[in-house]
Design a protein around this ligand. Structure first.
Ligand code: PML
Ligand code: MG
Ligand code: MG
Ligand code: MG
Length: 261
């Protein structure tokens, strides 16, 4: 009998044309944490996500699970705010002003957009030094994929009902990721919008500002996404330790009813 306190990290990635490592087009990815008895249904949900994606019909899929040895950290969700905009220009201007408020200098924001414009496709996040605007992650690896995080559905549902927020799985997944990333003291801010052609809402996240959704950051039909972590390297012993936290440290989002966000 497996103990319900033994957790497994479950990951899916789907691509078209060829596998990710051979340069295939990224279609979809997903990360959850499951108990042994939840493995079958978690895998089925991830497979369905990859098979029914707006970026196309996958030709390669990789699904894996592995037992988690580290203890799981519990982190409260970032507070959610929505900035409604009617044009991409207003959306992008809002993103820049939120990043500035979060402590990212406008020169660094400009440099990070330059880095982004030179990348054709990303499988994960780009890491930008918040002091210099230099890219920190290895470009050959095509982005850092944050993994090992989840938010048990019941707890998410009561949170969403309390704050009258949509029970939107995409927002849930993005908020889980942003909460994990911002929880690390070396993350100053995150900027993200989807690479899915039918989804134009993105966000800026930061410890003080919370999860700031912006309803339009790109054109409908555009398959180019963005995920940038602005990192203060002086707040972590080395980059490997930071990447290890992003990819290996298990985190559960947990909301307490009395908590005011
Ligand atoms: C993604 O699709 O992977 C990113 C979605 C970011 C925005 C989610 C939201 O808050 O609606
Ligand atoms: Mg995704
Ligand atoms: Mg789950
Ligand atoms: Mg996507």
């Amino acid at each position: 009998m497996q103990s319900e306190h033994t957790y497994y990290s479950v990951r899916m990635r789907a691509a078209k044309g060829d596998s990710h490592k051979n340069g295939g087009k990224h279609i979809s990815g997903g990360e959850v944490i499951a108990t042994f008895s939840e493995l079958e249904s978690s895998i089925a949900r991830l497979v369905e996500k990859g098979l029914t994606h707006s970026r196309g019909k996958p030709e390669f899929m990789n699904v894996e699970f592995e037992k988690i040895e580290q203890s799981v950290e519990h982190v409260a969700p970032l507070a959610v705010h929505t900035n409604s905009v009617t044009t991409i220009e207003r959306g992008q201007a809002t993103a820049r002003s939120l990043l500035t408020e979060a402590g990212v200098h406008h020169n660094v924001i400009n440099k990070s957009y330059q880095v982004l414009s030179q990348i054709s496709e990303l499988r994960g996040a780009v890491l930008i030094d918040v002091h210099t605007g230099q890219r920190l992650d290895d470009p050959a690896k095509n982005g850092v994929r944050v993994s090992r995080m989840d938010w048990p559905w019941n707890n998410f549902e009561s949170w969403a009902k309390t704050y009258h927020l949509p029970q939107n799985n995409r927002m849930k997944e993005a908020l889980v990721l942003a909460t994990k990333v911002i929880h690390h003291p070396a993350t100053t801010a995150e900027l993200c919008w989807s690479d899915d052609p039918d989804y134009i809402t993105g966000y800026v996240a930061n410890r003080a500002l919370g999860y700031q959704r912006i309803t339009q950051l790109k054109e409908l039909g555009d398959e180019k996404g963005c995920r940038i972590f602005y990192v203060d390297p002086t707040k972590v012993e080395n980059l490997d330790a930071y990447i290890n936290y992003l990819t290996r440290q298990p985190v559960f989002i947990h909301w307490e009813k009395e908590q005011v966000i």
